[in-house]
Design a protein around this ligand. Structure first.
Ligand code: DAT
Ligand code: MG
Length: 150
């Protein structure tokens, strides 16, 4: 099973989209492995967005992410990283297809509601930034034997 790091950003929290977003991941069949609601400290925002540190938009990205509480999650399932990116949609909500989270709930690239890891390697790195190993909960979801063919 694969794991991915998902985070409802401060705009998503303020717009009361946490429940809707959790519902979409649950309904897809992914399994919640960890969650935390918090304001991110600067050090973890910087680690999280390591590859964007030198980009012109990084200062405003950091200010936005630190501007309010975020809802951090780890979701688990076969091919979880790619599935989650599909549920989330394109980076710019104006380009994201209807039916995706960004396509349904956003307009500006700088207020795109949600983060999701872009590869299994990024997922492992990002999960380790935000969660301790003992915060990742292992359990069987009652519908797993029906959800998966094998
Ligand atoms: P994604 O979040 O889809 O993985 P990314 O990793 O390229 O996208 O960028 C991280 C975040 O930075 C993105 O969610 C929104 C912001 N961002 C990216 N490109 C931007 C741009 N050209 N202008 C403003 N913000 C941008
Ligand atoms: Mg990214």
């Amino acid at each position: 099973m694969d794991r991915t790091f998902i985070m409802v950003k401060p705009d998503g929290v303020q717009r009361s989209l946490v429940g809707e977003i959790v519902t979409r991941f649950e309904a897809k069949g992914l399994k919640l492995a960890a969650a935390r609601f918090e304001k991110l400290p600067e050090v973890r925002v910087t680690e999280q967005y390591q590859e964007h540190l030198t980009k012109p938009f990084f200062p405003s990205l950091k200010q936005y992410i630190m501007g309010g509480p975020c809802f951090l999650m780890v979701w688990e399932g076969r091919n979880a990283v790619a599935i989650a990116r599909k549920l989330i949609g394109a980076t710019n909500p104006s380009d994201a297809l209807p039916g995706t989270i960004r396509g349904d709930f956003g307009i500006d690239i700088g207020r795109n509601v949600i983060h999701g890891s872009d590869s299994p390697e990024s997922a492992a790195r990002e999960i380790a930034i935000h969660f301790r190993q003992n915060e990742l909960v292992t359990y069987t979801r009652i519908d797993e034997s029906v959800l998966y063919e094998y």
